[in-house]
Design a protein. Sequence first.
Length: 171
Amino acid sequence: MKIICDWNNCLEEGTYKAPIEKDNSKKYRMLCLNHVKEFNKNWNYFEGMNDDQIYEFIKSDMTWHKPTQSFSSSDNFFTILWNNALKDELNKNNGKFDHMKKFKFNHNDVKAFGILGISIGIKWEKVQEKFKKLVKKFHPDMNAGSKKYEDKLKIITLAYTQLKNTYRAIN
Ligand SMILES: [Zn+2]
């Protein structure tokens, strides 16, 4: 039996997972390709959180150290977010981000640039490059499943997702 896309009135087959909550739970809904793209576009993980809340979230053992929700579990929120981050690239816009320098980034963006260790307003291609480099460095497979690196990778993924949403919104 086919699963139907969970988007309003959509009748396409739902083959992509989209997380429902931000709490690392396994809850997700199934969407078709078009709607999971739409979902990714609008997904801002940090929305409605202030700086302190984000900081607490990133630091929170409760959030990231639940034994049942390791990074490698396929339904894990971060795995889904991470896979989306890897798969779902921005449209190619070579060099069209020059105006980014004038754009005023919010606190979360600035934080995300800092986490990735890149200058604010750098071209999107450079953001991607750095992200891929960091993914390679901190991937659990490269580090014998070390929890420390796994957490680092989660932070990097959140930062990258944050910036991706911002760049897409501006573009
Ligand atoms: Zn759909």
